[in-house]
Ligand binder design. Structure first.
Ligand code: EPZ
Length: 446
């Protein structure tokens, strides 16, 4: 499908489950390359990015067997080609995560440079510097990273910048290196802890995941394991904001509240009443208009950049004004231009946007530009007067499993159309919520 049509005005009420975390599943799928024994993964989300990663692994010779209820068996016992082609890598920058595992297990890897994307240049220089510190010979030729290493050796690596996939790539590579690797200034995201847990189940010796210093003692080989992917904290946060922006009451289950404390704190500042259980979060706005909040994005455990667009949407209809500062990516305000088309009062100054809440937004045709910007547009459409059309929704299918069904379950009026379909009458009976990843990867990475 290509477009969403969303009728604004419904207060969201009800309960949905959180899916497995995209940003944990992607590195863990890449980690399957580290062993000749099968990996059994559960709670894998059905997302376009997962299809892309699976396609990438399959064309190397990895066997993937989809079981029922989100289970996936991955068998890298017969890898034929340590190669990640441009046509796949360009659709998903996280493809770079196969570099460390291929180099560690096979001593070679030819991986296309991911190139930039909508939100920024997205370099991988820190990934390459770390692997060279571990003894890899790396050249970049015709847009491909060509890496060779007879056997990686442990090294002390200080990352100049906190990089999530950089930390993951180097941690995976170090599991099979000879000797000890220490990664300082490591990223601390929960997805890194989940990857480390899976690697430890495979026999890796890792300490400190989740802190800024991770120590890995290399072993000669890793074995198969089973692992449940942790819940998606960004998906959880997105649906909580959907409850807040529509002044409703929503409960997200099968999640982990401790993964998104910075987001919960901001929702409370916005006036939400939050109740927590071991694996659920309930947000209740009691019908009241949210108050505008200030946001300053930073690496975990700070406020996540992946929730920035969602809070911009919230501030556009909140009481008062909010100042939102984006510190991680140089071009992550594309949603602001689209929100302004819906009547949002927002002013961008460098990496800061000042948003003054208005009483209501009005529906308009808008364009999704990247995964989280699209989520911000969906949230705005839920409260805009009229029917908002959001185009290029392939961005959304990359990171939000069953988004139409989940929003419909909460009471939203949303339908998806292909570009050649005309608009059905609003509210008329239309095909049940469908959508979801296509068989082949979509274009444009982020
Ligand atoms: C991960 O991207 C996530 N993706 C992103 O989520 C998330 O926004 C980002 O971390 C920050 O939290 C996955 O985990 C698959 P970075 P990543 O390397 O690892 C600079 C989503 O919506 N940098 O942490 O690619 C970089 O330019 C996606 O799910 C270098 O300079 O981000 C950026 O300014 C979007 N050199 C900063 O570090 C490098 O070698 C953080 O980037 C690597 C990064």
């Amino acid at each position: 499908m290509d477009r969403f049509l969303i009728d604004g005005g419904a207060q969201l009420h009800g309960e949905i489950r959180a899916s497995g975390a995209k940003n944990a599943a992607l590195p863990i799928l890449a980690a399957s390359l580290l062993t000749a024994e099968p990996l059994r993964l559960r709670n894998i989300p059905q997302l376009q990015d997962i299809v892309t990663m699976n396609t990438l692994l399959a064309q190397m010779g990895v066997k993937l067997t989809l079981g029922n209820n989100m289970q996936l068996d991955v068998d890298a016992s017969d890898v034929q080609a340590c190669f990640a082609p441009y046509d796949l890598v360009k659709t998903m920058r996280a493809s770079i995560l196969v570099l460390g595992p291929l180099l560690a297990r096979f001593g070679e890897a030819d991986v296309s440079l991911p190139g930039g994307c909508a939100i920024g240049a997205r370099p991988v220089d820190l990934h390459l510097q770390g692997l060279m510190a571990m003894g890899a010979e790396i050249s970049v030729d015709e847009g491909y990273v060509k890496a060779r290493a007879s056997r990686l050796r442990g090294a002390d690596i200080l990352l100049e910048k906190v990089t999530v996939t950089g930390t993951e790539n180097l941690m995976m590579a170090a599991t099979l290196a000879k000797g000890r690797t220490v990664i300082a200034n490591a990223a601390r995201e929960p997805e890194i802890v989940d990857l480390a847990t899976c690697l430890q189940r495979m026999g890796a010796r890792i300490q400190g995941a989740g802190s800024s210093v991770i120590t890995i003692d290399g072993v000669d080989k890793l074995h198969g394991a089973s692992h449940d992917i942790l819940p998606d904290r960004i998906e959880t946060g997105t649906y909580l904001v959907a409850g807040a922006i529509t002044r409703g009451k929503v409960r997200i289950r099968d999640t982990q509240p401790e993964l998104l404390l910075a987001v919960l704190s901001k929702l409370q500042h916005a006036g939400a009443h939050i109740e927590l259980g071991d694996d659920w979060i309930e947000l209740d706005m009691r019908g009241r208009r949210p108050r505008a909040v200030d946001i300053n994005t930073s690496p975990y455990p700070g406020f996540p950049t992946d929730m920035q667009a969602q809070f911009c949407a919230l501030d556009t209809v909140a009481e008062g004004s909010g100042v939102i500062i984006e510190n991680l990516f140089e071009n992550r305000f594309m949603h602001i231009l689209e929100l302004q088309r819906m009547g949002a009062k927002a002013k961008i100054e460098g990496n800061t946007v000042i948003i003054t809440g208005c009483d209501n937004l009005t529906a308009a045709p808008v364009m999704a530009t990247d995964l989280r910007a699209s989520a911000g547009l969906v949230l705005a459409a839920l409260v805009a007067e009229g029917t908002t059309e959001i185009r290029r929704i392939y961005h959304i299918y990359r990171g939000y499993e069953d988004i139409e069904s989940k929003l419909t379950q909460l009471g939203a009026s949303i339908r998806s159309l292909s570009d050649d379909e005309r608009h059905p009458p609003a509210g008329g009976d239309h095909a049940p919520a469908t959508g979801g990843p296509a068989a082949t990867p979509a274009s444009s990475a982020s």
